[in-house]
Design a protein around this ligand. Structure first.
Ligand SMILES: Cc1cc2nc3c(=O)[nH]c(=O)nc-3n(C[C@H](O)[C@H](O)[C@H](O)COP(=O)(O)O)c2cc1C
Length: 207
């Protein structure tokens, strides 16, 4: 069984999602003996943003590509293949400006390849990357998981769930630490909520 762990926080050692993600992966490794872990740090090695040249390299017939485009294609294939191969994916996903880090968006843009992670049929889109469990490690300075007015401002968890659903992934679980910028008490409570989720996960099979 393979686990792909993604980090995207730009805050390095100070990052909450990185610490929580590491704890979550350790818990999953305890309940899934022999788990192989693949790690990708999108902040230290971000995929280039999707522009016209990248799109052409990713989607054109490979025989039409020059050497630079072939290298881009190989890199993109690596991202897609490691995502498709994973049984479990843990995505460290801080909320930045009500959405996700630009590096995480760039990664998702690279995964959205027709014929690999989705396709369109006469009945509409069909996800091709199902059968895996995805954990979203959601860290937030504020609290947005309460009222309808709060959740309307969430373009982080909701966006990730939409993209993962588009890829055919129905088993999406959230480990959330929120209120982290709202004073010591709220921060402690937010981190404790995530820790208690991880304790529960550590006691059961993940996928
Ligand atoms: C650039 C930036 C933008 C942020 N925007 C938001 C925001 O829109 N809403 C929010 O609740 N918290 C926001 N925060 C607070 C982060 O969500 C919080 O610091 C969280 O711990 C980030 O996760 P990390 O520590 O893993 O990077 C922002 C933080 C940064 C650095």
């Amino acid at each position: 069984m393979t686990l792909l762990r993604i980090d995207s926080s730009i805050l390095g050692e100070a990052s909450a999602s990185r610490r929580i993600g590491a704890d979550l992966v350790a818990a999953l490794a305890r309940v899934n003996p022999g788990l192989d872990t693949v790690y990708r740090d999108l902040a230290s090695a971000p995929p280039a943003h999707l522009d016209g040249a990248v799109l052409q390299a990713v989607r054109s017939d490979i025989t039409q590509l020059n050497d630079t485009q072939r290298a881009e294609r190989t890199y993109n294939d690596t991202l897609v293949d490691e995502f498709l191969a994973a049984d479990i994916v843990v995505i460290g996903a801080p909320m930045y400006n009500f959405s996700i880090p630009t590096q995480l968006k760039a990664w998702l843009d690279r995964l959205a390849v027709p014929g690999k992670t989705f396709r369109y049929t006469e009945a509409g889109p069909e996800g091709l990357a199902g059968g895996k469990t995805v954990y979203i490690v959601s860290s937030r300075g504020g609290k947005l998981a309460g009222s309808a007015a709060e959740t309307a401002m969430d373009h982080q968890e909701s966006y990730l769930k939409t993209m993962l659903g588009f890829f055919g992934i129905t088993d999406v679980r959230i480990v959330r630490a929120e209120g982290l910028a709202m004073g010591e008490t709220a921060r402690t409570e937010g981190l404790a909520a995530a820790a208690s989720e991880i304790v529960k996960i550590g006691g059961r099979k993940a996928a």
